[in-house]
Design a protein around this ligand. Structure first.
Ligand SMILES: [Ca+2]
Length: 541
């Protein structure tokens, strides 16, 4: 909609909200929860059916699909069937190594979704244990086969249970789950009607390369390490300088690509500290596919989490996040597993300036089942009428947001911008970290974009803008990216994220790229419009 009335995004959002309410009022009743009443699809074993009454009445089926050639492998799944069904089905695709079956989330159950999830057939010690890549069956099931076979089985059960042929089907995931969602869109376009894929890596090189490059540099140059407190100071300096650049003084930098690191404004940093920030922004570019984008610099305080850790090097094998950076742990263990060599370390044995070595790492990763994404592989999705929403936090501290930007730009090349916008929309969420948490960020983005995808599939009309807000629980992504951690680890992680997100209550107008969110009051704001109300913003471009 190139020539849309500026007011139309809000109107579209209002209609979307009303249509959602209408759908909720037409919830259908379902039969009882009895294992004998369910017929197992091909290659599927149903293990149990259990009735629950919280947060709503629903029936949970647990079972598995057996995959073969390569195999046999057991892909476990869960299917939650609410008594009052809204006619929709959502597959929440787990991040990291998967390796366990996530529970259904209260928000989606209450909204009447049938919900499926799977461990992708992976046996692993924890969410970041990728040693399963030795096993071809587990590698393939992790990459896309596991979600595919579970989608087929659970959709068949869902249709039979509610006695309906009409089912609007969605897949959603973030990080490794975004990877799984995009992988489903590229490899199995008929499996879902809408795909919501977030914060995945689409670059030629493995994500560990950027984490490895930065953390190796810090280990070898301990004087470059920056304290969490100084990273907060860096963030404040950058925000003070760039907040107004987007036309609204609102504590957010909506377009972090405008940020230039200025040595004179960061004079409390030493030269080695300033240099490492520059390295983080620049990423890896040794020519051709020896490329990984750097991070956007709107919220450097988040870099403690993945790149710096809470304590300076030296870091030892007994150290754990958050004392040491998560990126360092994953880069170290992942690169050992890929090479099947426990004595190898990215921190000492790798030259990040060598294009040859970088491409050799890429070759090893692809041989071990890493997906290689390109929008050329979305022609099947376009032809089948499927819709894809891509999104990322602009302050993502783990997977650089430029992955989504580059993928969208490539899609513009493949399909033309108008062609791409007919079935792919991309959103960048200011202040938001990796999948969950942030500074002054909206907290309901996954649910809002699932609603947008549902309206898109139902109406055929692409979403123009969506309204996200603070103050609502974001239970979906903690469940998906943290369910394999212990409760204590999860509580600590959530407390850390929460401590960084004490901004004002507000709503946000999120415009599909390349449109920009513009505050109607401007910097002078002569009418005194409330900058925290999405109604006072419009999409431009
Ligand atoms: Ca601003």
């Amino acid at each position: 909609m190139k020539h849309a009335n500026p007011k139309s995004p809000l109107l579209a959002a209002a209609i979307a909200a009303l249509t959602g309410l209408a759908a909720a009022s037409q919830l259908q009743a379902a039969p009882a929860c009895d294992l004998a009443s369910f017929k197992a699809p091909a290659n599927t074993t149903l293990v149990s059916a259990t009735a629950f009454s919280e947060p709503v009445n629903y029936c949970r089926i647990d079972g598995y699909v057996t995959t073969t050639n390569p195999g046999p492998n057991q892909v476990n799944f869960m299917l939650a069937l609410p008594e009052r069904h809204n006619g929709r089905y959502v597959f929440t695709i787990q991040g990291g190594a998967a390796a366990f079956v996530p529970n259904p989330t209260a928000t989606q159950l209450t909204n009447g979704y049938a919900i499926a999830s799977t461990d992708k057939g992976v046996r692993a010690a924890h969410l970041l244990d990728f040693s399963f890549r030795d096993d071809p069956a587990q590698s393939l099931d992790w990459a896309h086969r596991g979600v595919h076979v579970v989608a087929q089985a659970t959709q068949e059960i869902t249709r039979a249970h509610y006695g309906t042929d009409t089912l609007h089907r969605f897949a959603m995931g973030c990080s490794g789950g975004g990877d799984g969602t995009l992988s489903a869109a590229e490899n199995h376009p008929g499996d879902f009607d809408g795909y919501i894929a977030a914060a995945m890596t689409t670059s030629p090189l493995e994500i560990s390369m950027i984490w490895g490059k930065i953390t190796q540099h810090i280990v070898n140059h301990p004087e470059a390490w920056i304290t969490p407190e100084d990273l907060v100071k860096v963030e404040k300096v950058i925000l003070d300088h760039y907040d107004a650049a987007d036309g609204a003084r609102d504590g957010l930098i909506w377009d972090p690509t405008v940020i230039t690191l200025d040595r004179s404004r960061l004079d409390f940093l030493s030269d080695p500290q300033f240099d490492v920030l520059t390295m983080i922004q620049e990423g890896i570019d040794e020519g051709g596919e020896a490329y990984y984008p750097g991070f956007w610099m709107s919220n450097p305080s988040a870099f403690t989490n993945f790149l710096f850790g809470m304590k300076p090097p030296p870091w030892g094998p007994e150290d754990r996040p958050p004392e040491v950076p998560s990126g360092w742990v994953v880069a170290d263990t992942g690169s050992k597993a890929i090479r099947k060599d426990p004595s190898f370390s990215l921190l000492t044995d790798f030259d990040f300036t060598s294009a040859e070595d970088l491409l050799e790492d890429r070759r090893l990763n692809v041989a071990r089942g890493r997906e290689s994404f390109h929008p050329t592989d979305l022609k099947g999705l376009r032809d089948s009428g499927g819709k894809l929403i891509l999104w990322t936090g602009s302050a993502d501290q783990a997977v650089p947001p430029e992955n989504i930007l580059n993928y969208t730009r490539d899609a513009d090349q493949v399909f033309s911008p108008e062609g791409r916008q007919g079935f792919i929309q991309s959103y960048f969420v200011p202040g938001m970290f990796h999948c969950v948490g942030g500074t002054n960020h909206p907290t309901d983005v996954p649910e809002v974009l699932l609603d947008a995808a549902a309206q898109w599939v139902a109406s055929g009309q692409a979403p123009e803008a969506v309204i996200a807000s603070t103050g609502k629980g974001d239970d979906v992504f903690p469940a998906m990216i943290g369910g394999g951690q212990t409760n204590q680890q999860m509580a600590r992680r959530m407390a850390m994220l929460k401590a960084q997100s004490d901004g004002p209550v507000r709503s946000y107008l999120l415009c599909p790229w390349p449109k920009k969110s513009v505050f109607k009051g401007g910097l002078d704001n002569p009418e005194g419009l409330d900058v925290n109300d999405a109604g006072n913003w419009r999409c431009e471009g």
